[in-house]
Ligand binder design. Structure first.
Ligand code: CO8
Length: 376
């Protein structure tokens, strides 16, 4: 008979870039770009042939999103009004690539916190919203960098990549195909954000997270029992990036903004909030968990208002920072890493028996829930 396996979260890890951009710095650079553009096109603007660009504002950004700053891998070129994109030097094929490098930093921290030797890990999933190349998989480079003997592959479900990765890892553990799986999410979102787009230039930041999912029989104490996971996707064009191998357009070109992140932010807000709340409540009912008693929600970090509404629908009252912590203010939206950062930074104080929810949502649309319980 097949033995019973119980997937748990043994530990998490976080890599934070050293450089951060404040809203004031970001808006200063954006508005310098706007002034230059409008001055250079003054005649065409006056003739009604070109539309004048509008300035950005610190107050709008903070009020609309809750974001005050974001970390980035390459600050200076992003803030240079003549560049406005990260410049990360290409590396030789025999050098470690940047996504693998930051993913390994987060993974090592998760392994250290679990007291786990990398050699005892069976699999690595690199789960992120963009890979810097199609192949060989980033995950295999991370696997090699850590010295793991097993298998690895990449997966992309945009902002939900990490929670989809956790369910995939948990399923490997349940099936007996692996006992220890690393889910690594290096998110260099600054490379696929259009820093010249007033509607979205403030949203994203760079980071890497790692989650070690293991069978309870080998997990350290304390750890987090995975009570249940649920995933859902519904196709939508409201968050989209058309960059791909079939087009070779310069992704930074102003003529091809669709080759970078684009969204209908209002529609996303309106459509995703009910979808996420409904999935959480249905799954809580299936697991016989009273959502009002969840000790903490570690929600995807896209927008403070969205999180307020979702938390209210789930808990039945307005959540405070202790019940639904925010990292948006300092990290911005870090795509799939957001809910994992919130969990990593705000979970050590929970007590044995406390139940909580890690939840992501975003492009696809995609939603992923991971209900967890603190185990002594
Ligand atoms: N400064 C000043 N004013 C501005 C600015 C600005 N920067 N931007 C817009 N405005 C103005 C607009 O012009 C508009 O003016 P008017 O009323 O005169 O037309 C007014 O402010 C209101 O604009 P919006 O309706 O756009 O503002 P909202 O209040 O809706 O806020 C948000 C915009 C913050 C984008 C909000 O809609 C939001 O957060 N929506 C949800 C977004 C979301 O969750 N997206 C998920 C994407 S993440 C994901 O899935 C991962 C994808 C992969 C990663 C990609 C990495 C790059």
């Amino acid at each position: 008979m097949q033995p019973d396996f119980h997937p748990v979260i043994s530990a998490t890890g976080l890599f934070t870039p050293t450089e951060s951009i404040s809203n004031a710095e970001l808006v200063g650079s954006f508005n310098a770009y706007v002034e230059r553009h409008n001055a250079a096109n003054a005649a065409a603007i006056a003739a009604g042939e070109v539309e004048a660009l509008q300035p950005s504002s610190v107050e709008f950004i903070e009020k609309a999103s809750g974001i005050k700053a974001r970390y980035v891998m390459s600050k200076e070129p992003v803030l240079d009004p003549a560049t406005m994109e990260p410049r990360i030097a290409e590396r030789d094929d025999d050098e470690m690539s940047i996504m693998a490098e930051i993913g390994i930093k987060a993974a090592r921290q998760a392994l250290d916190r679990a007291g786990r030797d990398a050699a005892d890990v069976d699999a690595v999933l690199c789960a992120a919203s963009n890979m810097q190349r199609p192949y060989p998989a980033m995950a295999i480079e991370i696997q090699q960098g850590l010295g793991i003997d097993g298998f690895a592959f990449d997966m992309n479900v945009a902002c939900s990549s990490a929670t989809f990765g956790i369910q995939t890892a948990a399923d490997y553990v349940r099936a007996g195909n692996a006992r220890s799986v690393l889910v690594v999410s290096p998110e260099i979102t600054s490379g696929h954000l259009n820093w010249r787009d007033r509607d979205s230039h403030f949203i994203f930041g760079d980071v890497a997270t790692a989650v070690l999912v293991e069978d309870s029989s080998i997990a350290p104490t304390p750890h987090w029992d995975i009570l249940g996971t649920k995933l859902k996707t519904v196709f939508s064009n409201n968050i989209r990036n058309n960059f791909g191998f079939l087009n070779r357009a310069d992704p930074g070109s102003r003529d091809t903004p669709d080759k970078l992140f684009v969204q209908e932010g209002r529609k996303v807000f309106k459509e995703v909030v009910p979808m996420v709340s409904a999935l959480i409540l249905e799954e809580a009912e299936r697991l016989r968990i009273d959502p009002a008693k969840l000790r903490r929600l570690w929600l995807h970090q896209a927008n403070a208002g969205m999180n307020r509404l979702i938390a209210q629908r789930v808990l039945g009252h307005e959540a405070d920072e202790d019940e639904s912590p925010t990292v948006l203010d300092t990290y911005g939206n870090t795509s799939s890493a957001g809910s994992i950062i919130a969990f990593h930074l705000n979970s050590d104080d929970l007590e044995a028996g406390d139940e909580g929810l890690i939840c992501s949502f975003g492009a696809g649309y995609s939603v992923g829930t991971v209900f967890v319980k603190r185990h002594a």
